[in-house]
Design a protein around this ligand. Structure first.
Ligand SMILES: [Zn+2]
Ligand SMILES: [Zn+2]
Length: 186
């Protein structure tokens, strides 16, 4: 499938956003305060975002939960419904742009949108196009038992099972190797 620059950025952003969510109640939130949200916005070059507030922080965390649900959706129809709700709630104003030297592409967030609506509109549309392309199953959760981080499997044959943020695949290989050795020694 064709993945344009902005789609790729939006996918990276949505994965990173979902992965800031605490894995359980005792774990720290990856977006603990407005300063962390500000850093997130700068790192992901989210354009046209003004000064951020506590309101933005709680709105972004809500949107984050809705994106997490898309990654956890058991099948495409459920994912499509969630994406529709996300995008509808954000409101969109599609318009062509060639900002910052990028080729022509479409922005979806409405002018003056809050950062939460911006993320919901543009990342939501990126996920929508993924569904349209028949690629929904590439939106994955790492299969390592103690990880479950979100990632997008861009491998040719959709065979990736583990995220690479904590070299989960490697850890499992090591665990399997140790188990085999133990068995052989046993
Ligand atoms: Zn753009
Ligand atoms: Zn992992």
């Amino acid at each position: 499938m064709l993945i344009t620059h902005d789609t790729r950025c939006a996918l990276d952003t949505v994965v990173d956003l979902v992965n800031t969510a605490p894995e359980d109640e005792s774990a720290p939130d990856g977006l603990p305060d407005v300063a962390a949200l500000d850093a997130f916005v700068r790192n992901h070059q989210i354009s046209d975002v003004g000064a951020l507030s506590e309101f933005d922080l709680s709105a972004v965390r809500k949107v984050r939960g809705r994106f997490a649900a898309v990654f956890a959706a058991p099948e495409t129809r459920a994912a499509a419904g969630l994406i529709n709700e996300l995008v509808a709630a954000a409101g969109t104003t599609p318009r062509l742009t060639d900002h910052d030297g990028y080729d022509w592409h479409v922005h979806y967030f409405a002018p003056g949108a809050s950062v939460a609506d911006h993320l919901a509109a543009d990342c939501g549309m990126a996920l929508a196009f993924f569904v349209v392309a028949g690629e929904r199953e590439r939106l994955r959760r790492c299969e390592a038992p103690d990880c479950r981080r979100a990632f997008v499997d861009l491998s040719r044959n959709r065979s990736r099972r583990y995220c690479d943020s904590r070299t989960c695949g490697n850890r499992l290989h090591v665990a399997a190797y140790r188990a085999r050795r133990k068995e052989a020694a046993g």
